[in-house]
Design a protein around this ligand. Structure first.
Ligand code: IMP
Ligand code: MG
Length: 185
């Protein structure tokens, strides 16, 4: 087996840069939620936001709960589209009326999946629903959606590492890198 770093064309966010981003976002979240009388639910979207969530929540010294969802939005193809929201893992609780939900996502691309998830959670009665994303590719957006907390806006390049995958690989890289096009072309 060869080292996975050989497939990284360029480091986009180093471990130090990621750490600084986490400090900034966590401080903003603490500032915004510290006086809320409701329960804060960190809703981590599997699998890509696993590492981001675990590093972020350890910087938020407020009472909070953690839950996971696995969602996608498929039309006819395999890429995210305007099709219906597909929930393959749902919240552990039914009544979400007393919750401030903070969705934690790895990257927003077209925005299709998260815009539908946000609407779905609002319809289920959540008191508030906000979005925290590590990465954002605004140039790729197909629907109107903006994150409440964003680590970094990035160009339209396929990135891997720090939880993000290509074909389920590279999630274990400790930084965010651009995948070498030779891997998929
Ligand atoms: P969308 O915003 O509904 O188009 O879907 C975003 C999802 O697409 C993310 O949660 C990722 O799983 C995946 N994705 C989009 N861009 C990238 C990328 O550059 N690297 C890895 N996954 C990506
Ligand atoms: Mg994902």
């Amino acid at each position: 087996m060869t080292h996975i770093e050989k497939d990284v064309e360029e480091v986009l966010l180093s471990e130090k840069e990621l750490s600084d981003i986490l400090d900034r976002i966590a401080a903003d979240i603490v500032r915004d939620y510290k006086d809320s009388p409701r329960k804060l639910l960190i809703l981590s979207i599997l699998k890509g936001s696993l590492i981001f969530t675990s590093d972020l929540m350890r910087r938020i010294p407020l009472p909070l709960e953690l839950d996971f969802m696995k969602v996608s939005s498929y039309g006819s193809g395999t890429v995210s589209s305007g099709g219906p929201l597909k929930i393959s893992l749902d919240l552990k609780r039914d009544d979400i009326a007393d919750l401030d939900i903070l969705i934690v996502e790895d990257i927003i691309d077209s925005g299709n999946t998260l815009s539908k998830l946000k609407k779905h959670l609002a319809e289920r009665g959540a008191h508030s629903v906000k979005i925290c994303t590590l990465l954002d590719k605004p140039s790729r957006r197909e629907v109107e959606l903006s994150a409440d907390y964003c680590g970094a806006e990035i160009p339209d390049k396929f990135v891997i590492g720090y939880g993000l995958d290509y074909d389920e690989k590279y999630r274990n890289l400790p930084y965010v890198g651009v995948l070498s096009p030779k891997v998929y072309s």
